[in-house]
Design a protein around this ligand. Structure first.
Ligand SMILES: [Zn+2]
Length: 386
């Protein structure tokens, strides 16, 4: 059985036509990719994230051995809700050398180019394998790819490196910040507002916690970025949402706030969480003296590790060659590359299109970027035959 060859533009149009917004199932899109691969005799394995709803896909072309290169991309896209699109976001439009549609650059463009190269990969006598790792639920905190990485580490011959095709204008990105989301819950003790001595105001305790978070943010700003490569050049800490209290005449019993840190790869999450918990402990005795149940709890809701530049990383050496680039860059947005690196697989980010167009109305990828990525794949094919 053989599938007809499709260009990367045709494949991109097809991929965009599936509304794979993270809240939706990505199974129709994965069905399409699996069938397409099967048409060229390529077997693929699903690694479920949510049964009968969301899945990841892993496939290998070439020898069943360790090493080789993983081409990694997420299949989900961000919502178009409330955005003012000139055309149907799920019907690709070509105009002025640009391909428009949701996911065009982030990041169905890369997946389309990788899939378009399949007939070439298959036709060659590959000495090193080329793998595909297509994930779900990246846009909601890089959660879908985690079981896929576990599957690769536990069940598969270990790949030599990963290229994550997020939009970098085909430049090689070897470092990015991590992103951690936290939720702090303060349990106070309700009382009539006239009896402050009988209650614990969760809002006032939250105020003290927020002050400490502000001091932490300032400390990070002072420490700066030893690599001098990030913008802004320090770890940032930010509080995004707060909720608490029931009425003006009740001492508030519960307050929660959500906050995040965008961490330089050189900074550890543990350092931050232990500082927060140490500070909480200084506030709790006074709270517990009024009510045993009062207290402060901070949980890590999600943590995406940063990508740290690694000297002589094989992923970097190869990607520089494939992209014909002479230097690497650092970016401030997170990707799945940090998770692959943490699992012990060297990772790099390089893909078509610009992050400036990602997540926006009229998202697009330049045709010239798609062509650059096609050339990248041709060089990869050559590399894997030697
Ligand atoms: Zn993306």
């Amino acid at each position: 059985m053989s599938t007809q060859r499709l260009s990367s533009t045709q494949l991109l149009e097809k991929l965009i036509s599936f509304d794979s917004t993270s809240r939706n199932s990505n199974l129709p899109l994965i069905d399409f990719i699996q069938e397409y691969l099967a048409g060229f005799g390529v077997k693929s394995t699903r690694v479920d994230y949510e049964k009968d709803n969301k899945t990841n896909l892993y496939a290998t072309i070439g020898p069943d051995i360790e090493g080789g290169v993983v081409l990694s991309g997420h299949t989900d896209v961000v919502p178009v809700d409330g955005q003012d699109w000139s055309n149907d976001p799920f019907g690709m439009v070509e105009h002025d050398g640009r391909l428009f549609g949701r996911g065009a650059c982030d990041m169905k463009g890369f997946i389309a180019v990788a899939l378009a190269a399949v007939p070439d990969f298959v036709a060659q006598d590959l000495k090193r394998p080329i793998h595909f790792a297509f994930s779900c639920d990246e846009e909601v905190g890089c959660t879908g790819v985690r079981p896929l990485i576990d599957h690769i580490i536990d069940e598969m011959p270990k790949p030599g490196m990963v290229i994550v095709g997020e939009p970098t204008l085909m430049k090689v990105v070897d470092a990015h910040k991590g992103a951690c989301r936290f939720k702090t819950t303060i349990t106070g003790h309700e009382a009539h507002s006239s009896c402050t001595h009988l209650g614990v105001s969760s809002i006032l305790v939250a105020g003290k916690m927020l002050n400490e978070i502000d001091r932490i943010a300032e400390d990070y700003r002072q420490r700066g970025d030893s690599s001098g490569r990030f913008d802004p050049p320090y770890t940032t800490v930010q509080v995004g949402m707060i909720e608490g209290g029931t009425a003006n005449n009740i001492i508030p019993g519960k307050t929660t706030f959500d906050w995040e840190a965008r961490m330089l790869p050189e900074h550890s999450l543990e350092e931050l969480t232990s500082r927060i918990s140490a500070f909480s402990k200084t506030l709790e005795p006074e709270m517990k003296a009024i009510s045993e149940k009062a207290g402060i709890k901070t949980s890590v809701e999600n943590a995406i590790p940063g990508l740290a530049a690694q000297e002589e990383s094989p992923a970097e050496v190869l990607a520089l060659h494939l992209a014909q680039a002479n230097g690497t860059q650092a970016v401030s947005y997170g990707t799945e590359a940090g998770l692959f690196q943490r699992a012990g697989i060297p990772a790099i980010v390089c893909g078509p299109g610009s992050i400036e167009q990602a997540h926006k109305a009229d998202e697009y990828v330049e045709l010239s970027q798609m062509q650059q990525c096609e050339t990248f794949m041709q060089r990869l094919t050559h590399h894997c035959t030697t």
